[in-house]
Design a binder for this molecule. Structure first.
Ligand SMILES: Cc1cc2nc3c(=O)[nH]c(=O)nc-3n(C[C@H](O)[C@H](O)[C@H](O)COP(=O)(O)OP(=O)(O)OC[C@H]3O[C@@H](n4cnc5c(N)ncnc54)[C@H](O)[C@@H]3O)c2cc1C
Length: 471
């Protein structure tokens, strides 16, 4: 029998890598995880999810945005918000998060090797540290690649980390720009657009498609666009950037249509590229697609059976939430531990200001597949808790089957949307009907009560329809 240094080697310490390593260790296996010292916790903890969500929280608090309905449009917690105000909170939370990750790895007896991993052969990985000659080689029976992604950068644009940035460089900004062009209206681009707009920055969003977030409920996307326009965001859909130039006074973004947009800075958020270039995949008998991603089967196994890949490096849905489960499932599969597959019903959360979340089908999908449904709506301004927190725009929308009364989709816009969605998800996941929500008592006053109101709205409409059809 071949003997290896480790039962499991994990390359990359983001959510996917961490959970794979911990699952392996919990099964009593010898596990090593590799990442650069400054990236322990991955993109998630250092440049992606955690910093961006903390930045959002800092923006919400300092600008007083969520309180203006109650205290007036000029309400601010701090008048002149600086980049240091925002970064202080962000750095604090990143530091704490990284400590949590390190402590969990340590507690589970996982060896954390600092450096960049590279395949030497299908079972051997060289770890190159930050110092010249600082080099270790380890072998493993199983290997999980969880190397994530980096922002895709068009080669024609000269990124300078100061005025022309990618979305991972937002935290290197020296000041809050007075104006900003955001290229790409995907989730990351639009989240940052909404944060900078809340800070009083004039934002222009340039998107080459005709619409944004077209996987979401169109009515909710319209509400978001309305809010962002109200914050002085300009949208340029169906437009392509052909050039970005820099001068002492700022940047000029030129569009294919001939429009020129002056701004203090430009942030590119136009997709991400799998981080596989340093792995020497060929030495392991693997290759990546043109976007640097690896292909896996339903057990997260690459074509080389003892090498698994999880997280953003395998593409959609590229969320911290899903990466964690993929890592856990990959490790369990490697060591023959029985597991359940993930349920197909997965939530989407978009942390714009205001936030969006949904689970299940959209109206567009139900209509195109000819599934009859009724809509139940609850508006936060009609909920006591909505009045108390000062959210006059939020809404919750239930899509209910008129055939068997099951919940087919839940769409939430406004305060707490990304948490609230899980009530609907749980009911849907258990095959519940709208009647469960009608017959359930909710705490009062809560935003969760929106479920009851929306459920009553839907059942009243279904009842009216039944009365009409039965004469
Ligand atoms: C701005 C932004 C906001 C986001 N917001 C959310 C959100 O709100 N909710 C959500 O669920 N998801 C969000 N995401 C997505 C989320 O961050 C990713 O899905 C998640 O981090 C992917 O986890 P991962 O395990 O693939 O590894 P990652 O977190 O991508 O980390 C990969 C790690 O691998 C390391 N690595 C790469 N190559 C090597 C190598 N050769 N050797 C050693 N180490 C290597 C890197 O240094 C990095 O630390 C956001 C992403 C961004 C960019």
């Amino acid at each position: 029998m071949t003997s290896y240094d480790y039962d499991l080697i994990v390359i990359g310490s983001g959510p996917g890598g961490q959970k794979a390593a911990i699952a392996g260790a919990k099964l009593g296996k010898r596990v090593a995880i590799i990442d650069k010292q400054e990236m322990v916790g991955g993109v998630c903890a250092n440049t992606g999810t955690i910093p961006s969500k903390t930045l959002r929280e800092a923006v919400m608090y300092l600008t007083g945005m969520s309180q203006r309905e109650l205290y007036g449009a000029s309400y601010r917690v701090k008048q002149d918000i600086t980049i240091s105000d925002l970064m202080a909170r962000t750095q604090h939370v990143i530091g704490r998060e990284v400590q949590v990750v390190r402590a969990q790895l340590h507690r589970n007896g996982i060896d954390l090797l600092n450096g960049v991993g590279r395949f030497v052969d299908p079972h051997t990985v060289a770890v190159e540290g930050s110092h010249r000659g600082d080099h270790t080689t380890i072998s493993g029976e199983f290997i999980v690649v969880a190397t994530g992604t980096t922002p895709a950068r068009p080669s024609v644009v000269d990124f300078d980390e100061e005025r022309i940035l990618d979305s991972d460089e937002v935290f290197a900004l020296q000041e809050i720009p007075s104006s900003l062009v955001v290229v790409g209206a995907g989730v990351i681009g639009i989240e940052y657009a909404s944060m900078f707009a809340a800070l009083g920055c004039r934002v222009t969003v340039v998107e080459q498609r005709e619409r944004m977030l077209d996987f979401c409920d169109p009515e909710i996307v319209e509400s978001l666009k309305f809010h962002l326009r109200d914050q002085a965001v300009t949208f340029r859909f169906d437009e392509k950037v052909v050039d970005v130039s820099v001068s002492d006074s700022g940047t000029i973004t030129t569009l294919a249509s001939g429009k020129r947009i002056p701004a203090a800075a430009v942030m590119y958020s136009a997709g991400r590229q799998g981080c596989t270039d340093k792995l020497d995949l060929a030495a392991a008998g693997l290759e990546a697609d043109r976007r640097g991603r690896l292909t896996v089967d339903e057990h997260y196994r690459t074509p080389v059976e003892h090498i698994y890949a999880v997280g953003d490096v395998i593409g959609f849905p590229a969320l911290a939430a899903t990466s964690m489960d993929q890592g856990r499932l990959a490790a369990y599969h490697a060591f023959g531990e029985p597991v359940h597959d993930l349920t197909a019903l997965q939530p989407i959360g978009i942390y714009t200001i205001p936030e969006i979340s949904y689970c299940g089908a959209t109206e567009t999908e139900l209509t195109s597949s000819a599934v009859p449904y009724e809509v139940g709506i609850s508006r936060y301004r009609e909920l006591a808790r909505g009045q108390i927190v000062g959210d006059a725009y939020g809404m919750l929308k239930l899509l209910v089957s008129t055939v068997d009364r099951k919940i087919l989709g839940v769409h939430v816009f406004g305060t707490g949307a990304t948490d609230l969605v899980h009530i609907g998800q749980a009911v849907m996941g258990c095959g519940g009907t709208v009647d469960y929500l009608v017959d359930t008592v909710f705490n009062y006053p809560t935003l969760s009560e929106a479920y009851k109101v929306a459920a009553l709205d839907a059942t009243n409409k279904i009842r009216a329809l039944d009365r009409f059809t039965t004469g």
